[in-house]
Design a protein around this ligand. Structure first.
Ligand code: COA
Length: 151
């Protein structure tokens, strides 16, 4: 079951962030801001095996995080979380994210879920590695006339 994150989830989420993202992990203060912040959507699986966070601004939805515990991967959990944060985004034109060029797992996931690379950000992460900016077009792109890969 997927549900909105609550403040009671903060200790478990903080531990999972540290395990999965090391020096780039969000601490408890940042996680709290993501749960309570404007435009945010923070969803978790009920057993806290996975979570996803988006921020909507105008017609753009940023996928800030999507993560699944290593022992729960390749069972479709991240796909379910992505589907959940896509609910209600029909008026938006695109979902954007940044991902490290060296994160093969995430790249495989995003490509499988219809994201494509649109830009590169050098020296984006603390270790100096670059980020790929990826985009998935949403239904609002057709209505607003935003350029799509088909143009
Ligand atoms: C990326 C991540 C969220 C994927 O979670 P997941 O629950 O394993 O993903 P799913 O089971 O929904 O995968 C759906 C599809 O994505 C692709 N995919 C997922 N993991 C992949 C991998 N390691 N290599 C290649 N393709 C992959 C596959 O096509 C997969 O379908 P399949 O299993 O039928 O082949 C997970 O690996 C993770 O938490 N990584 C660490 C955190 C991270 O880097 N997050 C992204 C940056 S915020």
């Amino acid at each position: 079951m997927i549900r909105p994150a609550t403040l009671a989830d903060l200790p478990a989420l903080t531990a999972l962030e540290a395990e999965l993202f090391g020096p780039d992990a969000w601490n408890e203060v940042l996680l709290r801001q993501e749960i309570e912040g404007p435009g945010r959507r923070f969803v978790v699986t009920d057993d806290l095996a996975g979570y996803a966070v988006t921020m909507s601004a105008g017609d753009i939805v940023d996928l800030l995080r999507i993560a699944v515990r290593p022992d729960a991967r390749r069972r479709g959990l991240a796909s379910q979380l992505l589907d959940e944060v896509l609910v209600g985004t029909d008026d938006a034109s695109r979902m954007l994210l940044e991902v490290s060029v060296s994160n093969a797992e995430a790249l495989g996931f995003y490509v499988a879920r219809q994201f494509s690379v649109i830009d590169v950000r050098p020296h984006y992460y603390r270790d100096g590695s670059e980020a790929l900016v990826m985009c998935r077009w949403l239904p609002g792109a057709a209505r607003t006339g935003t350029a799509t890969p088909h143009d």
